[in-house]
Write a protein that binds this ligand. Sequence first.
Ligand code: SF4
Length: 189
Amino acid sequence: MSMLEIHQFLERLGNLIRSQARRTSDAFDLQPVQLNALYYLSICNRYSDTLLAVSEYLGQTKGTTSQTIKLLEQRELIAKKPDPIDGRVVHLKLTAAGKKVVQQSWPSPVLKAVEDTFPIEHQDALRDHLKHLLHTCQTVNEQKTFAVCHSCRHNEKRAKGYFCRLTQEPLSAEDVTLICREHEFPKSA
Ligand code: SF4
């Protein structure tokens, strides 16, 4: 019974957030999915800011995501940048205007409105429980985690900064705070 209740609470919260997201995206003359793509590009790392990664994150086909990216580019909210090493790879970067839209849209006003009335220790505890629930669901359902780099099993803390054992490249202090399409939790996590 309690997992059914958890589902019901998540569903109702999701409806509130989605309904607000529709209002927020209307204010910017965007679709909610376009706003979600912008947000994803604001928190992902350099291995994950491609058309394919956006489509995986949004759970859309590449063709549908391509239309989303095209619109965001036309609106000058993102810009395409070729990879300096591999010319076949194109990175999708937020412009200053794109960053402004994200800053004004997250977290959802629905949650922002109750932030001060929700004790910080409760927020931390809820975040940890939700993170665990999400991780477990992704693992059991064999889905990509798209989690923050510092929690990845390929991330190695070194005397001078961080290193990705998968890509064999150094990582900056900012890199390890971003999410990644190659992320994998440690086997025991
Ligand atoms: S350590 Fe993991 S999350 Fe970080 S860049 Fe490497 S593969 Fe991605």
